[in-house]
Design a protein around this ligand. Structure first.
Ligand code: ADP
Length: 303
């Protein structure tokens, strides 16, 4: 079984013709509040794709928090460890989506800021009894560190999506089985600017030196650089689709990846499956609104 540990956000989304500059006011359109947050998106992706999953998170004591937990249940997620923070709002993201499909995002942690080591402690049993732990960096670091330490001690396979970009200690990285940075995150973690196969492998090699076992650098539409050995890696191409909104592409990739790995797929096959799920998600607007169900991904891969 899979445990996802991470954030929940209410995404306040507007479409914009271009991103406003400092001091500029632009007319956006199509305002919507959509369920998001890296942790929640990854949990929802795994659940819709068929994984048996428990989610550890903090939501606020507000209508969005209550609504989103009901949605998690509908998606088949075990919410026993989704905690409700009294007198706090759920985390939020202010998102602008440009006509190109690119986005610009500002987040405020709110209830996610409460998911620290102390709050997590009573729920460590869920992590220790899991097969896989999937986590990101949108919640306090001491909680992430404790989750990783306990999971490692219990022999759980740990998949870290190191997003949003943040420097990480070698003490944390040495326990990570699979790391899934995008280009920006890979550069921040390694100091290597990732632009082609050679630089992707150089960045992977730095991560191996820090103790990570498998590196998957996501490269947007290009796909993923996979390496599990110093000096040796390969590109797994992405699928060609018409991008509408790339919000949650990386999250869909991560949720799908772990789902496929739990099913026993090889690293390469799991990446192909995850690339397909993520490609479908970029053709649709929003975070959790864009995450496909299993049947859709299987059909996409059959064509
Ligand atoms: P993030 O969203 O975290 O920045 P990426 O942009 O690297 O991550 O995207 C994650 C994955 O989503 C990619 O590895 C790829 O599988 C898929 N993806 C992203 N953008 C596109 C796109 N325009 N077309 C097809 N697949 C995409």
């Amino acid at each position: 079984k899979l445990v996802v540990f991470g954030s929940v956000n209410a995404d306040h989304v507007v479409k914009v013709p271009s991103f406003p500059r400092p001091g500029e006011t632009l007319h956006g359109s199509a305002y919507q509040v959509i369920s998001g947050g890296k942790g929640a998106n990854q949990a929802v992706a795994a659940a819709r794709l068929g994984a048996d999953i428990g989610f550890i998170a903090c939501v606020g004591d507000d209508p969005f928090g209550q609504m989103t937990v009901k949605e998690f249940v509908k998606d088949g997620i075990n919410v026993d460890a989704v905690l409700i923070e009294k007198a706090m709002p759920t985390g939020i993201a202010m998102i602008q989506v440009a006509d190109t499909g690119e986005n610009s995002i500002c987040i405020s942690a709110e209830a996610n800021g409460q998911l620290n080591a102390e709050r997590l402690r009573p729920y460590l049993g869920c992590i220790e009894s899991a097969k896989y732990l999937l986590l990101q960096l949108e919640t306090p670091m001491d909680g992430v560190e404790l989750a990783v330490e306990k999971a490692h001690a219990a022999g759980v396979t740990i998949v870290l999506n190191p997003a949003p970009a943040k420097a990480l200690s070698n003490a944390l990285l040495k326990h990570i089985s699979i790391i899934t940075p995008n280009e920006t995150e890979a550069e921040l973690l390694t100091g290597v600017t990732v632009s082609d196969a050679l630089s992707a492998q150089q960045a992977s090699d730095v991560l191996f030196f820090k103790g990570v076992s498998v590196v998957m650098i996501t490269l947007g539409a290009k796909g993923v650089w996979l390496s599990n050995q110093v000096g040796v890696g390969k590109m797994i191409a992405g699928f060609k689709v018409k991008a509408c909104d790339t919000t949650a592409a990386g999250d869909t990739f991560n949720g799908a990846l772990v789902t496929a790995l739990i099913e026993g797929k090889s690293l390469e096959d799991a990446i192909v499956f995850a690339n397909a799920a993520a490609a479908i998600s970029v053709t649709r607007f929003g975070a959790q609104t864009s995450i496909p169900k299993r049947q859709e991904v299987d059909k996409f891969l059959d064509n």
